[in-house]
Design a protein around this ligand. Structure first.
Ligand code: ADP
Ligand code: MG
Length: 275
């Protein structure tokens, strides 16, 4: 099976900058995966996201989405239809004065007939739990609700992949949970998710974690495999999930916790198991 995203030794340099922002990344994502991308500020996450979405073309190497080379002639729009993107600030992504028009915008641009637009927008708003807000003004919504409308706008294009670039960073905890839960639901329904975040708890829920550093992939593996390398993760400028930290400190005090405790639920189960 062809991976849905293939990044082959990609490099990207902004203008005349000396340093490459993405510096030799090779990565492949299979259809249906939920991949979290971590890394301190400036490690190249957003640049990588834009390479995947054909907003940037690699200075060196190749990026393919659904088998399409992003640098191929006239491929950029097709790539963006396969791969939608949700950014940090929903205000930059919402353009219309009414929620439902926002979802329709991208479809009008690609010439979808109006009855089909109506159907797709309603379906997309329903998927993010915002159908009852279809006639509301986006600026009246909470940050989390706006982000859900932005996701609906992407969903209306029926993408295979959605790249979320710190989509929860500006939200309050409840908005954050809602948006993460929607990404997980979409993933269960078959959409491939690339989830860029600096919240370790979110990364711990992914199927695979990639840690970027200086434009390169520094660590990669299951959340358990990555976060067990506590010192390495910290050296890369990141925290480990709270429960991994707590489990480590309890082990130091002689509490025999097994490896791989990452969530509060897992911690409760393991503590209750101790005699
Ligand atoms: P992240 O999303 O992980 O914070 P970015 O991909 O935004 O990282 O940035 C990677 C590197 O590229 C950083 O060194 C950053 O300073 C640089 N960079 C980002 N945007 C630009 C730009 N528009 N012009 C020049 N350098 C940039
Ligand atoms: Mg960024």
């Amino acid at each position: 099976m062809v991976p849905i995203i293939q990044v082959e030794n990609a490099r990207y340099r902004y203008g005349e900058e000396k340093k490459m922002a993405v510096d030799g990344v090779t990565l492949s994502v299979e259809k249906g995966e939920f991949v979290a991308v971590l890394g301190h500020n400036g490690s190249g996450k957003s640049t990588l996201a834009k390479l995947i979405n054909a907003l940037f073309l690699p200075t060196e190497g190749r990026v393919l989405v659904a088998g399409l080379d992003t640098a191929g002639k006239d491929n950029a729009w097709a790539v963006r239809r396969h791969c939608g993107m949700v950014f940090q600030n929903p205000d930059n992504q919402l353009v219309a004065t009414v929620v439902e028009e926002d979802g329709a915008f991208g479809l009008e641009n690609i010439g979808v007939p109006s009855d089909e637009i109506r159907r797709r927008v309603d379906e997309a708003l329903d998927m993010v739990g915002m159908l009852s807000y279809a006639r509301h003004a986006p600026h009246m919504l909470s940050g989390g609700q706006k982000q859900r409308v932005a996701i609906a706008g992407v969903l209306a294009m029926r993408p295979d992949v959605i790249v979320f670039d710190e989509a929860t960073a500006m939200l309050d905890p409840s908005g954050r949970r809602d948006v993460m839960a929607i990404a997980q639901k979409l993933n269960r329904e078959g959409i491939t998710v690339v989830w860029i975040t600096h919240f370790m708890r979110e990364a711990s829920l992914a199927g695979r974690v990639i840690v970027m550093d200086k434009g390169e992939i520094a660590l990669e593996g299951s959340p358990v495999a990555v976060f067990e390398q506590v010192d390495r993760v910290r050296a890369l400028g990141l925290d480990v999930p709270e429960m991994v930290d707590l489990a480590g400190r309890l082990r130091e005090k002689g509490v025999p916790l097994p490896a791989g405790v990452m969530t509060v639920d897992e911690m409760v189960v393991e503590l209750c198991r101790l005699k």
